[in-house]
Design a protein around this ligand. Structure first.
Ligand SMILES: *[C@@H]1O[C@H](CO)[C@@H](O)[C@H](O)[C@H]1NC(C)=O
Ligand SMILES: *[C@@H]1O[C@H](CO)[C@@H](O)[C@H](O)[C@H]1NC(C)=O
Ligand SMILES: *[C@@H]1O[C@H](CO)[C@@H](O)[C@H](O)[C@H]1NC(C)=O
Ligand SMILES: *[C@@H]1O[C@H](CO)[C@@H](O)[C@H](O)[C@H]1NC(C)=O
Ligand SMILES: *[C@@H]1O[C@H](CO)[C@@H](O)[C@H](O)[C@H]1NC(C)=O
Ligand SMILES: *[C@@H]1O[C@H](CO)[C@@H](O)[C@H](O)[C@H]1NC(C)=O
Length: 454
């Protein structure tokens, strides 16, 4: 908490919310299930979509250069909700959701807490899609095509995205004559990093930033590696059930062992009832690693239900049957096969874009580590392998100078998701605190404004 106070003092208007000790930032190249689960959750909530007005802005392609091509524009999608706004006359605030590594769709809009905050602050809500995601892809190109175009994808980076946000926010303020409406930017995970950077880089545009789960200051060699994301996931499982923890910890070797037997992959395919035949044990392990992380992060379904399934052994008492029980408990459907291949899912847009971002700009050494207390397979961060994987993914050779932004510790984005009745107390409390802090900023802002006028 000292850290938190210190930050508040240093950057008085920067709010860095340390909501818990789990990071929503993905393990490189592997956060598909995480994205899927968020969408699934949000999908279940109904909403009157008329409240959201969809608009497109002619955004500048390149904010940092004077070449002719820089002045070309592309359509950037943004969404406005006026429902609760007090109006420009009363200088009511504007809450801006900074889109991150996914399209700005109904799932996102319905899944966020911003509507509740809009009510509280009488705020205009502005949601902006991140460039190169969803519909905001330059020149109306397909995502696949644009990612293969080395010239155009050069405009796909966080600095350009921040400049987009600044330009669009000013445009909206201008259009609404809302020159004195204070702006608070909001984002989670990568979006939280953007929100924080935005406040630092464009302090004249944003009064404050609500950065949920933004591990911006967690650099390598600052945080001991075994204090990272996966140790927290492990801790959550261990605290829920010691035997559950042990079974998971021992399952990886078992999967590899069976996988190496003749016909091993067929045995595993059958055992785990996967829709597609397994090509290697990595596919299954990747899925399970994601599953356990997502469960710990969102408690959805609760860890207890996963551990109960493992401990109960209702699908068989050997290790693999217990792990299969966990998958069944997670997917909540016994009748169908388990679709563990998330590559071909609806999240292609996110995967294509995010793989580029983590390979070109945001290299995060989030690995399992080698702690003997971990329930995950042992693994160290290996930049050589990381670069190799990036080259495989991005097809063409990348520049040798990968800029590393290291993150180890972190939090999750629950605090900016739509509140639910069974939210834990800490979360309710945290949201309350966030609202109080923003209220404080606004009070100060309006106070200063009054003084300036007098
Ligand atoms: C939400 O869904 C409605 C109805 O399908 C659609 O018209 C609208 O474009 C969607 N909103 C966004 C932001 O994509
Ligand atoms: C990182 O996480 C660990 C374990 O949760 C914690 O002990 C440590 O204080 C955290 N570091 C910071 C800088 O918050
Ligand atoms: C195995 O590879 C094929 C071909 O790439 C793919 O369609 C299938 O989904 C893979 N299996 C799994 C379980 O991912
Ligand atoms: C555990 O197994 C018992 C008996 O088979 C069953 O009644 C119970 O519902 C199971 N609990 C869970 C959480 O699966
Ligand atoms: C389970 O799968 C069946 C068949 O695909 C589907 O009709 C049903 O809605 C699913 N149930 C749940 C709870 O997802
Ligand atoms: C990283 O991986 C490469 C290739 O797999 C290997 O040669 C190298 O020794 C590894 N480096 C470390 C530090 O483990």
């Amino acid at each position: 908490m000292h850290f938190f106070t210190y930050l508040l003092q240093c950057l008085s208007l920067l709010l860095l919310v340390l909501s818990s000790s789990i990071s929503a930032l993905p393990r490189p190249i592997n956060h598909k299930l995480h994205t899927k689960k968020i969408s699934d959750t949000a999908k279940n909530t109904q909403n009157n979509n008329n409240e959201f007005k969809i608009l497109y802005y002619d955004q500048t392609l390149d904010h940092f250069n004077y070449q002719l091509e820089s002045y070309k524009t592309f359509k950037q999608k943004y969404v406005i909700n006026y429902e609760h706004w007090g109006g420009a006359k009363s200088k009511s605030p504007i809450l801006v959701y900074l889109g991150a590594e996914s399209s700005l769709d109904n799932y996102t809009l319905n899944g966020l807490i911003l509507k509740n905050y809009g009510q509280h602050f009488k705020a205009l809500l502005l949601f902006i899609e991140h460039r190169f995601y969803g519909e905001s892809i330059p020149f109306g190109m397909s995502k696949e095509k644009v990612m293969k175009n080395t010239r155009i994808r050069g405009y796909f980076n966080s600095a350009q995205a921040l400049a987009d946000y600044a330009q669009l926010i000013l445009h909206v303020k201008q259009k609404l004559n809302a020159h004195f409406s204070p702006v608070i930017v909001v984002g989670g995970s990568y979006g939280g990093m953007l929100a924080t950077w935005f406040r630092l880089k464009y302090p004249h545009v944003a009064l404050g930033a609500l950065a949920s789960s933004a591990p911006i200051l967690y650099f390598d060699n600052i945080i001991p590696p075994n204090h990272g994301y996966y140790s927290v996931v492990t801790k959550d499982f261990k605290e829920t059930s010691e035997s559950c923890f042990e079974i998971i910890r021992d399952s990886w070797m078992m999967i590899d062992k069976v996988g190496q037997e003749p016909n091993g992959l067929s045995i595993l395919t059958e055992k785990f009832n996967t829709c597609d035949h397994l090509n290697n044990t990595g596919e299954l392990k990747d899925y399970l690693e994601d599953l356990f992380s997502v469960v710990a992060q969102y408690n959805l379904p609760p860890i207890t239900s996963i551990c109960n399934a493992i401990d109960n052994g209702s699908h068989g008492t050997d290790i693999l049957s217990r792990i299969y029980a966990a998958i069944v408990a997670f997917s909540g459907n016994l009748t169908t096969c388990q679709d563990i291949n998330l590559e071909k899912s609806n999240f292609k847009d996110t995967i294509l874009g995010w793989d580029w971002q983590i390979c070109s700009e945001m290299v995060m050494p989030m690995v399992f580590g080698t702690s003997k207390d971990s329930m995950f397979p042992h693994e160290t961060f290996n930049l050589t392998n990381y670069i190799k994987e990036c080259k495989d993914i991005v097809l063409e050779t990348l520049s040798d100078s990968l800029i590393a932004v290291y993150t180890i510790n972190g939090t999750h984005t629950m605090d900016i998701l739509k509140p639910e009745e069974d939210d834990p107390e800490w979360l309710v409390h945290q949201r309350k605190r966030e609202v109080e802090i923003i209220d404080g900023w606004l009070r100060q802002y309006y106070g200063n404004l009054k003084q300036d006028v007098n």
